[in-house]
Design a protein around this ligand. Structure first.
Ligand SMILES: *Cc1c(COP(=O)(O)O)cnc(C)c1O
Length: 532
C-alpha cells in the first residue's frame, strides 16, 4: 500500500469518479468508505458488563429449574440504545436492496414491492392476529386467504390450492408429498424416481431426494429445451413425477409442454411444474391448460412482496383434480357459521397427507400478494408478464452487440441468458465481470447458473425497471465488455475495488461456513487496498 497516498486520492475524472475504476491506491485509515463506517460484530462491539437498560437485580428463583440454572454470564453484548440502533442501521446500509437500484438476479425475480402492499400488511386486523385466536374473531383474515386462493386458482386454471408452504422449495416439498400420497392411494407407491431436466434449479433434485426419491436427469436440446426423445426413453413404471420449470431456467418457454405432459401422464406419472417463473406468463397462460398436476407459486417473486436474506416468502401449491384430495391441512371451508378451518386429516380431509407447518402460513405475504393482485387487476397482471418479457428482450438485444447470448435463436421470456464465449482469450471470467459490476454501482446478475451454460450470466430485469434504468445497466455492461476485450484484465482481477470488502474466498465460505461466534473470534478486517 502506498502510504503517501493516504488522504490524497488520485485526481478524479470530471464526473467525480476514478477514471480507471480502481481506488487509485487510496485506503482509509479506519476501513471506512466515505460515510460508511467499518462495522464489527455486535459481540465484538458490546461489553459484557454493560447494559442499555436499568433492570433490578433478579432474585433468581431456582426452584423450578433444578440443575438447569445458569451458572455463567449469559454472554449478551451490552450496548446503549443509540449504539444498538447505529449497529443495525450501519449493517442495513451495507445491504443492497431493490429500493436502491436494479437487482438483475436471474431466477430470483427481484421486483419493486409497492408500498401499498406494506400499508395493507400492517393493518392491525392482519398484523396483530394470533394464529390460535378463535375463528369467530378471524373471519376477515380467513376471507382474505380464501380470496387469495380464488385468484391463484383462476390465474392457474387449477381447482385446488394449498396455501401453507412458506417458500418455493417448501412448496416443492408439499407438491411431491402430495404426489407420493396419491401414488400410494393408487397402489403405485413402488414408483421410486423423479425426472428433472439438467437445467433445473437446485431445489428440484434436492426436494425429490429429501422426499426419498431417486433423481434422474432429462437431457436438454441444443436450443435449451427438454429433450423429448430422452424424456420418452426415461419414462417408465418407475417414474413418480417429472419436475419441469416453465418458462425454464434458461429463460425459454418449453415449446413441447403439451407433449411433455401427455407423455408423463401416459406413463402414469404426475407433472410437477416449478412455478418460480410464473411472472413471465401470468395472465397469458394457465398452467392447468398445460396438464400440470401441481405447481408452487413463489408469491415473493410473481406477486412482488420483498424477499431475500432468508425470508419471508410464501409458496402456495396449486393442485389438479387428481391431487386435490391429498392436499395438506389446514384448508378453509364455509359453513353456516361463516368460514372455518379444516385442521385434522380426518373426515372430509381423510386423504390429506398431513400438514406443512404449525399454523396457516405466512399471513403477511398473503396480504401483500392479494394487494398486488387487486391493485393490478387481471389486465394489469397480464401486462406484468408482457413488460417483464419486453424488458428482458431489450437487454438481450442491446447486450448481444458485445456478449454472446446462450440461445441466440428467437426471443427469450423474462430473463436473458449469456454464456462466456465472448470472454475467451481476455483473461476475464464471469466472476471477474460480476465483481467489476459492483464497482459500477450495480448488483451482479446471477452467475454460473443454469449449470448447463458455460460461465452463465442470467439477467432478469423484471417489469418494474424503466427504460432509463435498463439503459444505465446496459451502458455499464457494454463499457465493461469493452474494457474486458481491450485486455484490461487487471482491473477485473482485483474487483471489487470500491466495495467495503474486496474479493472474498467464497468457496471457503460456502464449504466451511462459520456460523457461531465465540469470545476471542475476530471477523475479517477489510483487506487494505493494493497500490495499483
Ligand atoms: C427461487 C426458485 C426456487 C426456490 O424458491 P424459494 O422461494 O427460494 O425457496 C425454485 N425454483 C426456481 C426456478 C427458482 O427460481
Amino acid at each position: 500500500m502506498a502510504m503517501s497516498n493516504v488522504g490524497r486520492p488520485t485526481a478524479p475524472a470530471a464526473n467525480g469518479r476514478n477514471v480507471s475504476g480502481n481506488s487509485g491506491g487510496f485506503a482509509s485509515l479506519t476501513g471506512g468508505r466515505g460515510l460508511l463506517q467499518d462495522e464489527p460484530l455486535i459481540f465484538e462491539e458490546g461489553g459484557w458488563d454493560k447494559t442499555g437498560v436499568d433492570l433490578p437485580e433478579a432474585s433468581a428463583d431456582a426452584a423450578d429449574l433444578g440443575d438447569l440454572v445458569r451458572t455463567a454470564p449469559i454472554g449478551l453484548p451490552g450496548l446503549s440504545e443509540p449504539e444498538a440502533v447505529r449497529h443495525y442501521v450501519r449493517l442495513s446500509q451495507k445491504n443492497h436492496a431493490i429500493d436502491l437500484a436494479l437487482y438483475p438476479l436471474g431466477s430470483c425475480t427481484m421486483k419493486h414491492n409497492p408500498r401499498l402492499n406494506e400499508k395493507m400488511a400492517r393493518l392491525p386486523g392482519f398484523a396483530d392476529l394470533h394464529p390460535l385466536q378463535p375463528v369467530s374473531t378471524t373471519q376477515g383474515a380467513l376471507a382474505l386467504m380464501d380470496r387469495l386462493a380464488h385468484w391463484l386458482k383462476v390465474l392457474t386454471g387449477m381447482p385446488a390450492v394449498a396455501l401453507t408452504p412458506k417458500a418455493g422449495a417448501h412448496g416443492e416439498l408439499c407438491g411431491l408429498l402430495t404426489i407420493k400420497a396419491a401414488h400410494e392411494a393408487k397402489g403405485q407407491g413402488h414408483r421410486r424416481t423423479v425426472l428433472v431436466p439438467t437445467s433445473a434449479h437446485g431445489t428440484n433434485p434436492a426436494t425429490a431426494a429429501f422426499v426419498g426419491y431417486d433423481v434422474a436427469e432429462i437431457a436438454q436440446t441444443d436450443d435449451g429445451r427438454v429433450d423429448l426423445a430422452d424424456l420418452e426413453a426415461k419414462l417408465s413404471g418407475d417414474i413418480a413425477a417429472i419436475m419441469v420449470t416453465n418458462p425454464n431456467t434458461c429463460g425459454l418457454f418449453e415449446r413441447d409442454i403439451l407433449e411433455i405432459s401427455r407423455l408423463t401422464h401416459a406413463a402414469g406419472a404426475y407433472f410437477y411444474c416449478d412455478g418460480a417463473n410464473f411472472n413471465a406468463i401470468v395472465g397469458r397462460v394457465k398452467p392447468g391448460d398445460l396438464g400440470v398436476d401441481a405447481m408452487h407459486i413463489n408469491l415473493h417473486k410473481t406477486f412482488s412482496t420483498p424477499h431475500g436474506g432468508g425470508g419471508p416468502g410464501a409458496g402456495p401449491v396449486v393442485l389438479s383434480e387428481a391431487l386435490a384430495p391429498f392436499a395438506p391441512v389446514p384448508w378453509i371451508v364455509s359453513g353456516p357459521q361463516g368460514l372455518r378451518l379444516i385442521e385434522e386429516p380426518a373426515g372430509e380431509a381423510a386423504q390429506a397427507f398431513g400438514r406443512m407447518c404449525a399454523f396457516q402460513g405466512q399471513m403477511g405475504m398473503f396480504v401483500r400478494a392479494l394487494a398486488y393482485m387487486l391493485s393490478h387487476g387481471a389486465d394489469g397482471l397480464r401486462q406484468v408478464a408482457e413488460d417483464a418479457v419486453l424488458n428482458a428482450n431489450y437487454i438481450k438485444a442491446r447486450l448481444s452487440t458485445a456478449m454472446t447470448p446462450a440461445f441466440p435463436q428467437g426471443p427469450c421470456m423474462h430473463e436473458a441468458l449469456f454464456d462466456d464465449a465472448w470472454l475467451e482469450g481476455t483473461g476475464v471470467t464471469t466472476l471477474d465481470l460480476a465483481k467489476a459490476l459492483i464497482d459500477e454501482g450495480f448488483h451482479p446478475m446471477t452467475m454460473y447458473f443454469p449449470l448447463v451454460v458455460h460461465g452463465a450470466m442470467l439477467i432478469e430485469p423484471t417489469e418494474t425497471e424503466p427504460k432509463r434504468e435498463l439503459d444505465r445497466f446496459c451502458d455499464a455492461m457494454l463499457a465493461l465488455a469493452e474494457a474486458a476485450k481491450s485486455r484490461d484484465a487487471e482491473r477485473f482481477k482485483g474487483a471489487p475495488h470500491l466495495a467495503p470488502m474486496r474479493r472474498l474466498d467464497e468457496t471457503l465460505a460456502a464449504r466451511k461456513p462459520k456460523l457461531t461466534w465465540r469470545p476471542g473470534d475476530t471477523t475479517v478486517a477489510p483487506a487494505p487496498l493494493a497500490a495499483e
